[in-house]
Each structure stands twice: as C-alpha cells, then as structure tokens.
Design a protein around this ligand. Sequence first.
Ligand code: NDP
Length: 241
Amino acid sequence: MSEIPSAPARSVLVTGGNRGIGLAIARAFEANGDKVAITYRSGEVPEGLLGVKADVTDAASIDAAFTEVEAAHGPVEVLIANAGVTRDTLLMRMSEDDFTSVIDTNLTGAFRVIKRASKGMIKMRKGRVVLISSVVGLYGSPGQINYAASKAGLVGIARSLTRELGSRGITANVVAPGFINTDMTAELPEATQKSYLASIPANRFAEPEEVANVVRWVASNEAAYISGAVIPVDGGLGMGH
Ligand code: NDP
C-alpha cells in the first residue's frame, strides 16, 4: 500500500511570535512541519525559528521583514496577525493617543501585514490569514474602548477580505481568545482576574497552546471551506456574541 504523502511545508509568518500566544502558535506550526518565521521587536529569537525584526506600526519594516522571509522560506502562505497591545483606562481618562496607538498596532498593523502578504497569496492562488482578535471585541469591556474597537475591527477586515479574495483560494478567519495566561494578562489586578474567572463557564483560564492548536487547524486544509468566521477560544465566556 502506498503511503499518504505528507503536506508540503508552508511558509508561515507569525507577527509578535517571540512570546505569549504568538510563540505558541509558531511552535504549533513548527510541530506541523511548516517553515516558520516570527517577527519580534526586542529580546531574543526563540530557538529553531527564523526571527525577523519588525514593528507592525511601520510599513517599511514590515516590507523588509517579508522580503527576508520570502528569501529564506518562499512567499508567505500562512499569515498570523497576532501582534497586539493594551492601554487600558476608563473613557474619561483615555487620551486620544491611548486610543489611536492601540488602533495603530492592533488594527492598522494587521492591515499593513495582510496587505503585504496578499500580493504573494494572490499570485500563488492560495493563502490562509488568521487574525488574533479577542472575546472583548464583540463582548465589550470597561476600560478597553480602544482595545475592543481594534479587535472588533479585525472582524470587518476578515469578512471583507473573504469577499475580496475568497475566490482565489484564500481564507481569512478571526480567532477570538478569552483569558489566556500570558504577560498581557499577568499585568491585570487580582480583582479583575477574579471577576473574569467568575464569568467563565469553564471556570479556568487557558494556556497559549489551547489557542495555538485552533489557529493551526483553521489554517489547515481541513478548514479550507471556513472563511470570515469568528472562532471563540474562551471557555464559553462570550457565548452568543
Ligand atoms: P503579549 O503581551 O505576551 O505579547 C504581545 C506580542 O505582540 C509580543 O510579541 C510583542 O512584541 C508584539 N507586539 C506588540 N506591539 C508590536 C508592534 N508594534 N510591532 C510588532 N510586534 C508587536 O500578548 P499575548 O501573547 O497575550 O497576546 C497576543 C495576541 O493575542 C494579542 O493580539 C492580544 O491582543 C491577543 N489576545 C490575548 C489574550 C490574553 O488573554 N492573553 C486574550 C485575547 C486576545 P515585543 O515582545 O517586542 O513587545
């Protein structure tokens, strides 16, 4: 009996893949046999991954990063727009800079990398875009008007991209994590963490790998007919939103 051929290694790029959820996603694709590159701004490149320095608020640095990845791994077939920041404060205290800087990284940053990746994907007539949003994008959260707006905007990007490029073998989906144990959530006051926990039906927080496995699957051939979807990984926190 002949063996089932394994899928060819794809060129995968994860923004903000040097730590947290992004690193777990990079490791999941690496375990899948793909060629994985990550962007990082500071610190070290995790072992075994191709690290390219880039800031998603800077289109020129994104372009240079893609050029480097293309030379090493070929055109990016799987793009994970993961880089994100928070700058939480109540509306009354939120400055315009608090708002626009979060939008610039989380939303415009995703636009910049998707635009750069789309050229190669259109040429190849295949591609997978996964945008890392948040339960907060559709559920809302006090003190996170900037962050929630940026994360809700990703849904509009994924759905419009699906309508623009769906006929070219390209899918675009949103993964919306709930409360995941990373540096981002470690910063939250204990009282905030407790109140989140009380509203999570699973009664626990999750590890980055639990998000990574879903991202890997939605970028796989098995998920070829899923596009424009918002996939929650939140222990039931956002049901119905
Ligand atoms: P971390 O704070 O642990 O990591 C954030 C990552 O984004 C880092 O790699 C960071 O790079 C990178 N990054 C931030 N700003 C930029 C920028 N301007 N250019 C390039 N890279 C940048 O966060 P998480 O791992 O927790 O979060 C990852 C994603 O998941 C984010 O989009 C976040 O909003 C989302 N998310 C997280 C949840 C959670 O509970 N943790 C829940 C829902 C969504 P550097 O190391 O250089 O700072």
